[in-house]
Ligand binder design. Structure first.
Ligand SMILES: *[C@@H]1O[C@H](CO)[C@@H](O)[C@H](O)[C@H]1NC(C)=O
Ligand SMILES: *[C@@H]1O[C@H](CO)[C@@H](O)[C@H](O)[C@H]1NC(C)=O
Ligand SMILES: *[C@@H]1O[C@H](CO)[C@@H](O)[C@H](O)[C@H]1NC(C)=O
Ligand SMILES: *[C@@H]1O[C@H](CO)[C@@H](O)[C@H](O)[C@H]1NC(C)=O
Length: 311
């Protein structure tokens, strides 16, 4: 009898973990300002934290079935500046990042807003996959950074309105065709101070095939490399002109992405600055968030355990 309860407990525990195992871009941070949930982000649907499971789905663009629904705002940002995309499992700020079982890469694309995401319009501006040296996936460094993904807007692109599409591809079930779980969201931004570049783009959907090595991938295999799917990252022609960084270390010292406050890459590999991703400093509040997330999961599991015994 005890054994039956135990396996039910385990099963429900696993289900409880899975229920938390999804994510969405809850909010963005621009110039050190933490914007409200959903501000400048294409409207979420009911299952806002559920993945897109087909690389052919029209929802692969912005995780919405209605591309006519605009965000209520377009957020201003300087070309060459950074934007922080905050991934959260749930709607509240206390659930950060994504469940650690969901190993996989992070990718960010841009397209002119006037295209509304249709056609060969998407150029990639950021990617991070698997680092064999540290044995960390992007989502590991993302979780270390309390869900914050920091991305630099190319300094040379034309001024104008864009969709910025942040994406996580979770690979825990990706050893089967259609098993990869894809979590995109689109932010509407208005870029100024840029140049004249119009990077060439690819179509979404279309950019990934279900058997791409970065989409059909066995996390249980003995891998040492991972090939990030999609096109190469766009390299700006001009170096970013100096801009006042968002520089507000109270929110931006623990993120990941292309440029750190100190100009070092801060993706979790070999950064030795004091404010790096994995440091245990407590002034940022990030670790409190992580603990909060763990605590919340524990409560969830306990509640489920209680259910199991009731059952
Ligand atoms: C899509 O969004 C637009 C703009 O908000 C709205 O007018 C339209 O009714 C929506 N379509 C559906 C099918 O919900
Ligand atoms: C969405 O915004 C575009 C311009 O960016 C505009 O042409 C279109 O009419 C808007 N759609 C709705 C439903 O407001
Ligand atoms: C992190 O950055 C370093 C230096 O740019 C790079 O060699 C490494 O591959 C990056 N790691 C990942 C996971 O992208
Ligand atoms: C960061 O933000 C806080 C609170 O808004 C503010 O008091 C502080 O001066 C800012 N620091 C910098 C370096 O901008």
């Amino acid at each position: 009898m005890a054994r039956v309860y135990f396996s039910k407990f385990l099963l429900l525990f696993m289900c409880a973990s899975a229920a938390y195992a999804h994510t969405h871009i809850r909010n963005v941070i621009i110039d050190g300002e933490v914007l409200d949930r959903g501000k400048c982000i294409r409207p979420y649907e009911k299952n806002f934290n559920f993945p897109v499971s087909s690389v052919k789905s029209p929802e692969l663009v912005c995780r919405t079935t209605n591309m006519s629904a605009n965000a209520t705002d377009i957020c201003d940002i300087q070309a060459g500046a950074t934007i922080i995309l905050e991934f959260h499992e749930e709607a509240g700020r206390d659930s950060v990042g994504i469940d650690p079982s969901h190993e996989g890469p992070c990718l960010v694309y841009m397209a002119p807003l006037s295209s509304n995401g249709a056609g060969n319009v998407w150029f990639k501006i950021f990617e991070q996959g698997y680092d064999a040296k540290t044995d960390k996936w992007c989502i590991d460094t993302l979780d270390d950074a309390s869900g914050k993904l920091r991305v630099t807007i190319p300094a040379d692109i034309e001024d104008g309105d864009y969709l910025l599409r942040g994406e996580i591809i979770a690979l825990h079930a990706a050893s089967d065709i259609g098993g990869a779980e894809i979590f995109p969201n689109c932010v509407q931004i208005r870029v100024s101070g840029g140049g004249s570049a119009k990077p060439s783009g690819v179509a979404i959907p279309g950019v990934y095939k279900e058997d791409d090595p970065g989409i059909l991938f066995d996390l249980e295999s003995d891998y040492t490399t991972y090939q990030i799917p999609g096109p190469k990252v766009y390299e700006p022609e001009s170096t970013p002109h100096p801009i006042s960084e968002d520089g507000n270390t109270t929110v931006a010292d623990d993120d990941i992405g292309t440029e750190d406050d100190d100009g070092n890459n801060d993706n979790g590999s070999d950064d030795n600055n004091d404010d790096d991703d994995t440091s245990t400093d407590t002034d940022s509040g990030a670790n409190i968030n992580v603990i909060g997330g763990v605590f919340r999961r524990l409560i969830g599991s306990l509640a489920t355990a209680a259910l199991a015994f009731l059952y």
